[in-house]
Unconditional design. Structure first.
Lengths: 147, 422
């Protein structure tokens, strides 16, 4: 596996200059996710208007892969409905598990689809998943509250 | 102020040629992967062919259930295990082979002490003293024992060089202390703890001393008598032996008053419908069929180490780790975690690359065939106390050489260029 396949310029840019890594004022819901094997943690915060995600942001610490992946995710789910965001999380996790590989099928993920090659790096799968897993858990709680 | 005893840190480092490597060829995995710089022996060592052969030999030549059969093959299988028990006793300076209990690993050995001894003899108001640098395997079992008995867990804390001072020992180990349990060598800081001083203090107050030797047994000659401990735990897989075999040594009178943790086959004297009596030590603690081939492999590992000689092994490993710490210390973007003095590191050097997460460091090194560990090293309370989330760790064994260290340093240069651009 070439390093450049994982540590792309885009990934490094998201890691070095994340757009969505800040404490969110007026968050409607927050959720903490932890990777027990590495001790990394992330706190994801959403500001919801009805079922629309108006703003998403995260804090915490982790490797470049986990930080960039969370930043890309926050960008992707902003202005989406919670249902849509939930479906995108599912799709991303399926991609990382290597279950969905087709370019067309992965198109909804946008930039996040570039993390596909992580599926061939078992040691880093958990890093890439951290933000998305955290988001999924939070949305599941939200959707449960609403229904 | 550090109370450094400088006599303990003089190690022979001059007479070793780190360019030559007469050992790598003994290890099939390394011999067939010459490009690999394996710098994670503190997690698990590689195994020499003689250990793998001994395991296969057991199944090919002696396979039968030890202790059960009355036929010749079973008698020979039993003898094979008991010979290793004798071998291990002498390897750690114990006089009575019955004091050697085979377990699955150091974790299980320490759990046995905490569950069986700790939970039987601790009471509310008692104290258990461990150090903040303990591996989770010598921390959680005592946390659990304290939670179950109402005893209090007290931590010894080192100074910024990783040294536990005599004052710290005197103040934390006191009249309420019943059990002290410390690691001899830290798997993160690489320091050797002052076990003999801790033993003196523990015994002064009537406490028992358990030593986690998982990181020391692979590097230091162990003499449980000279250490003054009451129990000593280690794993075979860190000293070139098989995974799944561990050892607990404890003084006879301690083992005799401990109840068994596991019950079942081969650990009994008699069984009725309502009760059972236990076999003498060590069988009392060895319920069920043991990993006899693994035990044979452990015997072969000890033969291998003693064939090289502790002095030669220590000299090479000291030279390797000193060079590793020295070279890492020369890199301006590296922060070494643990003692600044390279000679104080035993087997391991932990570090961080400024501004780069350890997992990224490990991944980028991996792409350059350098294997190191990155994360919390099963020592979360230590890292939290030091104010870091995670770190990288390079560790050496005798089969490493200067080329491995060169490869690590070159790899770190790539990490630095990728992340910090210079």
């Amino acid at each position: 596996m070439g390093l450049n396949e994982i540590y792309t310029a885009a990934l490094m840019e998201h890691n070095n200059h994340p757009d969505y890594k800040y404490a969110l004022d007026g968050a409607t819901c927050t959720h903490e996710g932890v990777n027990p094997s590495c001790g990394d943690d992330i706190t994801l915060a959403l500001r919801l208007d009805g079922d629309t995600i108006e703003e998403a942001a995260f804090t915490g610490h982790g490797c470049a892969v986990s930080q960039a992946s969370a930043d890309i995710m926050a960008d992707l789910i902003t202005d989406r409905s919670t249902e849509e965001a939930r479906a995108l999380c599912d799709l991303f996790l399926a991609m990382i598990r290597g279950e969905v590989t087709g370019e067309a099928a992965l198109a909804p993920l946008g930039e996040a689809a570039q993390l596909k090659s992580i599926s061939r790096m078992p040691a880093r799968v958990k890093c890439a998943e951290l933000g998305w897993r955290t988001c999924m858990q939070m949305l599941d709680e939200q959707l449960r509250v609403v229904s | 102020m550090n109370m450094l005893d400088t006599t303990t840190i003089e190690k022979p480092t001059l007479s070793v040629d780190l360019t030559a490597n007469p050992y790598e060829r003994d290890f099939p995995l390394l011999a067939s992967n010459p490009q690999l710089a394996f710098l994670d022996s503190a997690a698990t060592a590689q195994r020499p062919a003689c250990v793998l052969d001994a395991q296969r030999d057991f199944y090919e030549r002696l396979n039968s259930n030890p202790l059960r059969g009355l036929y010749q093959l079973s008698v020979e299988a039993t003898e094979a295990i008991e010979q290793v028990r004798v071998r291990i006793a002498s390897f750690i300076g114990a006089s009575d082979p019955a004091e050697i209990v085979f377990t699955r690993n150091a974790s299980e050995s320490l759990n046995l002490m905490a569950r069986s001894y700790g939970e039987s003899f601790l009471h509310a108001g008692d104290e258990v003293c461990i150090s903040i640098m303990e591996h989770h395997s010598n921390l959680i079992p005592w946390q659990q024992a304290c939670a179950r008995t109402g005893a209090r867990l007290v931590y010894l804390r080192p100074d910024d060089q990783g040294i536990i001072s005599p004052e710290e020992i005197a103040s934390k180990i006191g009249p309420a202390t019943r059990i002290v349990s410390v690691m001899q060598v830290s798997n993160v800081l690489g320091v050797e703890n002052p076990v003999a001083s801790i033993a003196r203090r523990a015994h002064e107050v009537g406490a028992l001393l358990v030593v986690d030797g998982a990181q020391s047994a692979p590097h230091l000659r162990i003499d449980v008598g000279a250490l003054g401990c009451d129990a000593f735990a280690f794993s075979a897989h860190k000293l070139f032996g098989p995974m799944g075999i561990g050892v607990l040594w404890a003084r006879r009178e301690i083992l005799e008053k401990m109840p068994p943790m596991l019950t079942g086959g081969e650990m009994i004297d008699w069984v009725t419908e309502t009760d059972a009596g236990w076999a003498p030590i060590p069988q009392k603690f060895e319920a069920g069929t043991q990993d006899a081939a693994g035990i044979a492999g452990l015997g072969a590992a000890v033969d291998y180490i003693e064939g090289i000689g502790h002095e030669a092994l220590a000299a090479r490993e000291s030279a390797l780790v000193a060079e590793l710490a020295q070279r890492l210390g020369e890199l301006p973007y590296i922060r070494i975690i643990g003692p600044a003095d390279p000679r104080r590191h035993i087997g391991v050097v932990s570090f961080n690359v400024c501004g780069v997460h350890p997992h990224d460091v490990a991944s980028i090194l991996d792409a350059q065939d350098v294997a190191i560990r990155a994360g919390h090293h099963c020592a979360q309370p230590l890292l939290t106390w030091m104010g870091i989330e995670s770190c990288c760790r390079a560790s050496v064994a005798l089969y490493n050489d200067r080329a491995d260290i060169d490869q690590l340093i070159a790899g770190l240069d790539t990490v630095q260029r990728m992340f910090n651009g210079s």
